[in-house]
Design a protein. Sequence first.
Length: 60
Amino acid sequence: MITKDILITDLIKSYPDAVKILVDNGMPCIECPSSIKETLEEAALVHGLDIDKLIRELNA
């Protein structure tokens, strides 16, 4: 189960299909240097995304 605390890099490694969902939701820079230390929640905030909606889609 994907949670808001997962690091973007760990998310991509563990769930490669998540990349499309992230990009489709407006998070195009998933491989930028800050993603190494950034959680899914932090990235969602930076990009103005609804973290709860994003988690629901990722876990569907």
